[in-house]
Design a protein around this ligand. Structure first.
Ligand SMILES: [Mg+2]
Length: 182
């Protein structure tokens, strides 16, 4: 096993909950408008506005939205490959018990619970406190913090993180090349 320790974020990196959110939202509010928004701010994409955050993370729909979300194409294959060359820790911040439960179920369904470094659910300790050599994330704030802590912070290219100017990859293959070059 390599000594290299790599953290991988969940939402926006492995899991794509946009379709499951739109599906559940439409079922609950069939008359509402919503956009296939590429913005980080979900409240701008759904007629319910700020209520979208509780709808997502703290409602009876949380399990459906996150537990049944899709993975990005190629994500699971990348995790297999990555596990061959690094000690992998899945890192995720889930703001409610329901979201944590749904996320564990989702990881289990994707057969990702057995990764070498396990799963780190953020609480008081954050992902940048972990002894990571490298972090793959889509959230600019996480990337900035990880970078400050001396972690190679690699941005998974998404429409909502175009302000990040440091390491960026557009594909999982590119990330694997990055890791293999460390
Ligand atoms: Mg994320």
């Amino acid at each position: 096993m390599s000594e290299l320790v790599v953290g991988v974020d969940v939402d926006g990196v492995l899991r794509d909950f946009s379709n499951s959110l739109r599906r559940v939202y439409h079922e609950v509010y069939p008359g509402h408008w919503y956009n296939a928004s590429t913005a980080w701010e979900l409240h701008e994409a759904f007629e319910i506005g700020q209520g979208i955050y509780d709808f997502c993370w703290r409602s009876e729909y949380t399990a459906d939205i996150f537990g049944k979300a899709e993975h990005y194409e190629g994500a699971l294959e990348m995790m297999d490959e990555l596990s061959e060359v690094a000690n992998v820790t899945i890192v995720t911040s889930q703001p409610s018990v329901g979201a944590r439960r749904a996320t564990i179920e989702w990881l289990d369904r994707c057969e990702l619970l057995g990764v070498s470094g396990g799963v780190f659910l953020e609480g008081t300790l954050k992902r940048w406190h972990l002894p990571l050599d490298c972090l793959l994330d889509d959230n600019e704030k996480n990337l900035e913090a990880a970078h400050r802590y001396g972690i190679r912070a690699v941005c998974m290219d998404r429409p909502w993180n175009q302000n990040w100017t440091n390491y960026r990859v557009k594909t999982y293959d590119s990330f694997m090349e990055f890791v293999e070059g460390i």
